[in-house]
Design a protein around this ligand. Structure first.
Ligand SMILES: [Zn+2]
Length: 389
């Protein structure tokens, strides 16, 4: 065998790799390209073909990595996805440096430890191990690793990649490694955020008849929307919801405001078409307001009775000892972009770390969960390719 093994030793073990990833500051998309190049180097040495997808031309550090083991393989591959960016540290003082990668009492502390550098470390290590194994065994199967930037704030990296299907080949199933405490999740609600704007004419508040009060117009809009319901429901995800979440108008007490802004947050379920919802909102408010779609990510759901989904629950729970129940996520993920890329792809959200610690001060991930994630991903990869040529 060539010296692949010695080269891939450039990367530490899975816990050490998670520490290294935490030490790269990727707050709000900083240094994404730098850390992706750090990961691409050993992946290429192990036989992967790596492409960097720049998704913001004005900021060349903002990028995603797509690594393919055997792009020429025509059989369905397994897709492994996760994001490398993090949210900022917040204002509170941390117990440990959020970029220190400190392990204490079996916990890796730092921004992104849980969301989701622990998961990315396990995906990368599992992919490398598979490449080494298939190199030794002569197997010629593809495996797709997609580490994207720009998740926090709008899934920019994965949404950009969703327009470049040619980079991904033909996946037959996918894992998105967002923190789930290592419980396989079948999907989550979608999100549709609208901003409504009204326009008027400014005047002195002592002569309101000379103006056109945009706030009053907006209050009529808000009254019409107060009882708006998306009218869609799902047996596990629950009801689709709509909520008015902010209202801004006016600059001071003695002027008639000439513009007002209202935000509407909708959480949707499969079957609630977002274009239909926008059309219904437009009909409801008529010509009173202009509507802008600010964020649009559809619901994600994979039938948990599909044989592969049942197999994921079985293999995962054999390692974690949990009951193999069907579960959902309470947050939304880049799985929506992956679903846009491959509309029928069975997807499972499964990663180390408690999702309740994502974005928190003193964020941490139990090291044992990162190690268990590696065992789970390895089992899922082995299972996928066993008997598939
Ligand atoms: Zn995340």
């Amino acid at each position: 065998m060539p010296n692949v093994l010695s080269k891939t030793k450039k990367l530490p073990d899975v816990a050490g790799l998670a520490q290294e990833l935490v030490r790269f500051c990727t707050v709000s998309g900083e240094n994404e390209r730098t850390v992706l190049e750090y990961l691409a180097d050993p992946l290429e040495d192990a036989g992967f073909t790596c492409s960097l997808d720049t998704y913001d031309e004005a900021r060349p550090q903002r990028a995603s990595l797509i690594a393919r083991l055997r792009p020429e393989d025509e059989k369905p591959s397994l897709y492994l996805g996760g994001h490398i960016d993090t949210v900022p540290f917040g204002n509170a003082v941390w117990r440990h440096d959020p970029l220190g990668g400190v392990i204490e009492d079996g916990r890796l502390y730092g921004r992104g430890a849980c969301d989701m550098k622990g998961g990315v470390a396990a995906l990368v290590r599992a992919a490398l191990d598979f490449a080494l194994e298939s190199g030794a065994g002569g197997r010629k199967r593809d495996l797709v690793l997609h580490i994207y930037g720009g998740e926090e704030g709008g899934c920019y990296g994965s949404r950009h990649a969703a327009r470049r299907a040619e980079l991904f080949g033909k996946p037959g199933a996918g894992i998105v490694a967002e923190p789930s405490s290592l419980m396989p999740l079948s999907g989550h609600k979608g999100a549709l955020w609208l901003t409504l704007r009204t326009a008027g004419r400014a005047a002195h508040a002592s002569t309101p008849e000379k103006g056109d009060n945009a706030l009053l117009t907006m209050l009529r809009v808000a009254a019409r929307l107060a009882d708006f319901r998306p009218d869609a429901s799902h047996s596990l995800l629950g009801d689709a919801t709509a909520a008015l979440t902010s209202l801004h108008a006016g600059l001071n007490s003695n002027s008639i405001p000439d513009k007002a802004e209202l935000t509407l947050d909708m959480r949707t379920v499969p079957g609630a078409e977002h274009a239909d919802l926008v059309r219904r909102i437009a009909e409801t408010v008529g010509s009173l307001a202009h509507i802008e779609t600010v964020y649009d990510a559809p619901a994600v759901w994979t039938d948990p009775d599909l044989p592969w989904c049942a197999r994921v629950r079985e293999l995962t729970c054999a390692i974690t000892g949990d009951a193999p129940e069907v579960r959902r996520a309470n947050f939304f993920t880049d799985a929506a972009s992956v679903r846009a890329l491959f509309p029928d792809l069975p997807l499972c959200i499964l990663g180390p770390g408690d999702p309740g610690l994502a974005h928190a001060t003193n964020e941490f991930c139990p090291v044992e969960q990162i190690r268990a994630a590696l065992r789970i991903y390895t089992a899922l990869i082995t299972d996928w390719y066993a008997g598939r040529g």
